[in-house]
Design a protein. Structure first.
Length: 248
Protein backbone atom coordinates (compact mmCIF):
# COMPACT_ATOMS: atom_id res chain seq x y z
CA UNK A 1 0.00 0.00 0.00
CA UNK A 2 1.29 3.44 -0.81
CA UNK A 3 1.47 5.63 2.30
CA UNK A 4 0.68 9.03 0.75
CA UNK A 5 -1.69 10.44 -1.84
CA UNK A 6 -4.65 8.32 -0.75
CA UNK A 7 -8.13 9.28 0.36
CA UNK A 8 -8.80 7.11 3.40
CA UNK A 9 -12.04 6.47 5.29
CA UNK A 10 -11.59 5.14 8.85
CA UNK A 11 -14.76 4.40 10.83
CA UNK A 12 -13.88 4.04 14.49
CA UNK A 13 -11.15 6.66 14.42
CA UNK A 14 -12.21 8.94 17.28
CA UNK A 15 -9.87 7.39 19.85
CA UNK A 16 -7.11 4.86 20.43
CA UNK A 17 -5.45 3.07 17.53
CA UNK A 18 -7.98 4.41 15.03
CA UNK A 19 -7.35 8.05 15.86
CA UNK A 20 -3.60 7.56 16.13
CA UNK A 21 -3.44 5.89 12.73
CA UNK A 22 -5.69 8.56 11.20
CA UNK A 23 -3.37 11.32 12.38
CA UNK A 24 -0.24 9.51 11.20
CA UNK A 25 -1.76 8.92 7.76
CA UNK A 26 -2.97 12.53 7.62
CA UNK A 27 0.52 13.79 8.45
CA UNK A 28 1.98 11.47 5.79
CA UNK A 29 0.11 13.30 3.03
CA UNK A 30 -3.23 11.52 2.76
CA UNK A 31 -6.73 12.93 2.86
CA UNK A 32 -8.30 11.21 5.86
CA UNK A 33 -11.97 10.95 6.77
CA UNK A 34 -12.67 9.76 10.29
CA UNK A 35 -16.00 8.17 11.16
CA UNK A 36 -17.71 7.81 14.51
CA UNK A 37 -20.93 8.31 16.45
CA UNK A 38 -19.90 11.28 18.60
CA UNK A 39 -20.24 14.37 16.43
CA UNK A 40 -18.96 16.83 19.03
CA UNK A 41 -15.81 14.79 19.56
CA UNK A 42 -15.21 14.54 15.82
CA UNK A 43 -15.66 18.28 15.47
CA UNK A 44 -13.06 18.85 18.18
CA UNK A 45 -10.63 16.46 16.49
CA UNK A 46 -11.13 18.19 13.13
CA UNK A 47 -10.66 21.62 14.72
CA UNK A 48 -7.40 20.43 16.29
CA UNK A 49 -6.17 18.91 13.02
CA UNK A 50 -7.07 21.12 10.03
CA UNK A 51 -7.71 19.14 6.87
CA UNK A 52 -9.08 16.09 8.67
CA UNK A 53 -12.62 15.30 7.48
CA UNK A 54 -15.45 13.72 9.50
CA UNK A 55 -18.53 11.61 8.80
CA UNK A 56 -21.01 10.42 11.39
CA UNK A 57 -21.47 6.64 11.23
CA UNK A 58 -22.72 3.92 13.55
CA UNK A 59 -21.42 0.63 12.16
CA UNK A 60 -23.80 -1.28 14.45
CA UNK A 61 -26.74 0.24 12.55
CA UNK A 62 -27.15 -1.33 9.10
CA UNK A 63 -29.16 1.57 7.66
CA UNK A 64 -26.69 4.12 8.98
CA UNK A 65 -23.78 2.32 7.32
CA UNK A 66 -25.58 2.54 3.97
CA UNK A 67 -26.32 6.23 4.50
CA UNK A 68 -22.83 7.16 5.68
CA UNK A 69 -21.11 5.14 2.96
CA UNK A 70 -23.15 6.90 0.27
CA UNK A 71 -22.23 10.23 1.89
CA UNK A 72 -18.50 9.39 1.79
CA UNK A 73 -18.67 8.23 -1.82
CA UNK A 74 -20.48 11.39 -2.90
CA UNK A 75 -18.41 13.89 -0.91
CA UNK A 76 -15.05 12.16 -1.35
CA UNK A 77 -15.22 10.33 -4.71
CA UNK A 78 -11.44 9.73 -4.66
CA UNK A 79 -11.73 7.44 -1.62
CA UNK A 80 -9.52 4.44 -2.31
CA UNK A 81 -8.68 3.04 1.14
CA UNK A 82 -11.09 1.74 3.77
CA UNK A 83 -9.85 0.83 7.24
CA UNK A 84 -12.53 -1.02 9.21
CA UNK A 85 -11.35 0.03 12.65
CA UNK A 86 -14.48 0.13 14.85
CA UNK A 87 -14.63 -2.45 17.62
CA UNK A 88 -15.52 -3.03 21.28
CA UNK A 89 -14.03 -5.36 23.91
CA UNK A 90 -15.73 -6.43 27.14
CA UNK A 91 -14.96 -8.91 29.90
CA UNK A 92 -17.34 -11.86 30.22
CA UNK A 93 -18.19 -14.52 32.78
CA UNK A 94 -19.40 -17.37 30.60
CA UNK A 95 -20.90 -19.15 33.63
CA UNK A 96 -23.44 -16.31 33.93
CA UNK A 97 -26.11 -16.38 31.21
CA UNK A 98 -26.11 -12.58 31.09
CA UNK A 99 -22.84 -12.77 29.10
CA UNK A 100 -25.06 -13.14 26.04
CA UNK A 101 -25.92 -9.42 26.03
CA UNK A 102 -22.23 -8.56 25.81
CA UNK A 103 -21.64 -11.20 23.17
CA UNK A 104 -24.45 -9.91 20.94
CA UNK A 105 -23.13 -6.34 21.14
CA UNK A 106 -19.61 -7.46 20.24
CA UNK A 107 -20.75 -9.59 17.32
CA UNK A 108 -22.87 -6.69 16.05
CA UNK A 109 -19.99 -4.21 16.20
CA UNK A 110 -16.91 -6.35 15.58
CA UNK A 111 -18.19 -8.69 12.85
CA UNK A 112 -21.34 -7.29 11.28
CA UNK A 113 -20.00 -3.72 11.37
CA UNK A 114 -17.00 -4.41 9.13
CA UNK A 115 -19.02 -6.70 6.86
CA UNK A 116 -21.67 -4.01 6.34
CA UNK A 117 -18.95 -1.49 5.57
CA UNK A 118 -17.24 -3.75 3.04
CA UNK A 119 -20.55 -4.59 1.37
CA UNK A 120 -21.16 -0.86 0.93
CA UNK A 121 -17.70 -0.11 -0.49
CA UNK A 122 -16.34 -3.09 -2.42
CA UNK A 123 -18.03 -2.33 -5.74
CA UNK A 124 -17.11 1.35 -5.40
CA UNK A 125 -13.45 0.50 -4.76
CA UNK A 126 -13.20 -1.62 -7.92
CA UNK A 127 -13.06 1.64 -9.91
CA UNK A 128 -10.43 3.32 -7.73
CA UNK A 129 -6.66 3.33 -8.36
CA UNK A 130 -4.52 1.69 -5.68
CA UNK A 131 -7.63 0.53 -3.83
CA UNK A 132 -7.00 -1.13 -0.47
CA UNK A 133 -9.16 -2.60 2.28
CA UNK A 134 -7.62 -2.95 5.73
CA UNK A 135 -9.41 -5.07 8.31
CA UNK A 136 -8.43 -5.03 11.97
CA UNK A 137 -8.23 -8.28 13.90
CA UNK A 138 -6.09 -8.86 17.01
CA UNK A 139 -3.38 -11.08 18.37
CA UNK A 140 -6.26 -12.61 20.36
CA UNK A 141 -7.65 -13.97 17.09
CA UNK A 142 -4.79 -16.48 17.23
CA UNK A 143 -4.37 -16.97 20.99
CA UNK A 144 -7.66 -16.11 22.71
CA UNK A 145 -8.07 -14.51 26.11
CA UNK A 146 -10.57 -16.53 28.15
CA UNK A 147 -11.89 -13.47 29.98
CA UNK A 148 -12.81 -11.80 26.69
CA UNK A 149 -14.03 -14.88 24.88
CA UNK A 150 -16.44 -13.27 22.44
CA UNK A 151 -14.04 -10.46 21.53
CA UNK A 152 -11.36 -13.05 20.75
CA UNK A 153 -13.82 -15.07 18.69
CA UNK A 154 -14.98 -12.03 16.71
CA UNK A 155 -11.41 -11.21 15.82
CA UNK A 156 -10.77 -14.81 14.75
CA UNK A 157 -13.79 -14.44 12.48
CA UNK A 158 -12.37 -11.24 10.99
CA UNK A 159 -9.06 -13.00 10.30
CA UNK A 160 -10.79 -15.88 8.55
CA UNK A 161 -13.06 -13.56 6.58
CA UNK A 162 -10.10 -11.42 5.52
CA UNK A 163 -8.25 -14.42 4.09
CA UNK A 164 -11.31 -15.28 1.99
CA UNK A 165 -11.85 -11.66 0.98
CA UNK A 166 -8.25 -11.35 -0.19
CA UNK A 167 -8.60 -14.41 -2.37
CA UNK A 168 -11.93 -13.32 -3.86
CA UNK A 169 -10.70 -9.80 -4.63
CA UNK A 170 -7.31 -10.87 -5.99
CA UNK A 171 -8.38 -10.21 -9.58
CA UNK A 172 -10.57 -7.17 -8.82
CA UNK A 173 -7.82 -4.61 -8.33
CA UNK A 174 -8.37 -4.28 -4.57
CA UNK A 175 -5.60 -5.08 -2.11
CA UNK A 176 -6.57 -6.59 1.24
CA UNK A 177 -4.46 -6.22 4.38
CA UNK A 178 -5.09 -7.33 7.95
CA UNK A 179 -3.81 -5.20 10.81
CA UNK A 180 -3.15 -7.47 13.81
CA UNK A 181 -2.55 -5.39 16.95
CA UNK A 182 -1.26 -6.70 20.26
CA UNK A 183 -2.56 -5.13 23.45
CA UNK A 184 -1.87 -1.41 22.98
CA UNK A 185 -2.07 1.35 25.58
CA UNK A 186 -5.56 2.64 24.75
CA UNK A 187 -8.91 2.79 26.57
CA UNK A 188 -10.20 -0.38 24.90
CA UNK A 189 -10.35 -2.04 28.35
CA UNK A 190 -10.32 -0.46 31.84
CA UNK A 191 -6.76 0.14 32.98
CA UNK A 192 -5.22 -0.73 29.61
CA UNK A 193 -4.09 2.81 28.78
CA UNK A 194 -1.44 2.68 31.53
CA UNK A 195 -0.80 -1.06 31.69
CA UNK A 196 2.79 -2.24 31.46
CA UNK A 197 1.61 -5.35 29.57
CA UNK A 198 0.30 -3.16 26.74
CA UNK A 199 2.45 -1.67 23.97
CA UNK A 200 2.82 2.14 23.99
CA UNK A 201 0.59 3.58 21.28
CA UNK A 202 3.30 5.68 19.61
CA UNK A 203 5.63 2.67 19.38
CA UNK A 204 2.86 0.63 17.79
CA UNK A 205 2.08 3.38 15.27
CA UNK A 206 5.77 3.81 14.40
CA UNK A 207 6.05 0.13 13.50
CA UNK A 208 2.77 0.04 11.58
CA UNK A 209 3.72 3.04 9.45
CA UNK A 210 7.09 1.45 8.70
CA UNK A 211 5.46 -1.85 7.70
CA UNK A 212 2.65 -0.46 5.53
CA UNK A 213 4.63 0.18 2.32
CA UNK A 214 5.72 -3.45 1.97
CA UNK A 215 2.82 -5.31 3.63
CA UNK A 216 1.03 -7.78 1.36
CA UNK A 217 -1.03 -9.81 3.83
CA UNK A 218 -0.80 -9.20 7.59
CA UNK A 219 0.65 -6.17 9.36
CA UNK A 220 2.48 -7.67 12.35
CA UNK A 221 4.46 -5.60 14.82
CA UNK A 222 7.05 -7.54 16.81
CA UNK A 223 5.00 -7.47 20.03
CA UNK A 224 2.11 -9.40 18.44
CA UNK A 225 4.16 -12.24 16.98
CA UNK A 226 4.13 -14.45 20.14
CA UNK A 227 0.31 -14.40 20.00
CA UNK A 228 0.15 -14.78 16.22
CA UNK A 229 2.45 -17.80 16.09
CA UNK A 230 1.84 -19.54 19.44
CA UNK A 231 0.34 -22.64 17.81
CA UNK A 232 3.34 -23.01 15.49
CA UNK A 233 5.76 -22.40 18.34
CA UNK A 234 4.09 -24.99 20.57
CA UNK A 235 3.20 -22.73 23.50
CA UNK A 236 -0.47 -21.98 22.70
CA UNK A 237 -1.86 -23.56 25.89
CA UNK A 238 0.72 -21.93 28.16
CA UNK A 239 0.21 -18.50 26.62
CA UNK A 240 -3.56 -18.79 26.75
CA UNK A 241 -3.35 -19.73 30.43
CA UNK A 242 -1.15 -16.70 31.09
CA UNK A 243 -3.58 -14.40 29.27
CA UNK A 244 -6.47 -15.72 31.39
CA UNK A 245 -4.97 -13.92 34.41
CA UNK A 246 -4.30 -10.65 32.58
CA UNK A 247 -7.80 -9.20 32.14
CA UNK A 248 -11.05 -10.49 33.52
Amino acid sequence: MRTSGNTIFIPGATSGIGLGLALRLHDAGNRVIIGGRRTELMKQIADDHPGLETVRIDTADAADVVRASADVQQRFPETNVIIAMAGIMRSEDLSDPSFLDTAVAEVETNILGPLRLLAAFTEFLRNQPDATIITVSSGLAFTPMAGTATYSATKAAIHSFTDSLRLQLADKGIGVLELVPPAVQTDLMPGQADADWAMPLDEFLDEVMALLPTATREILVERVKPLRFSAQQGNYDDLMAALAHQVG
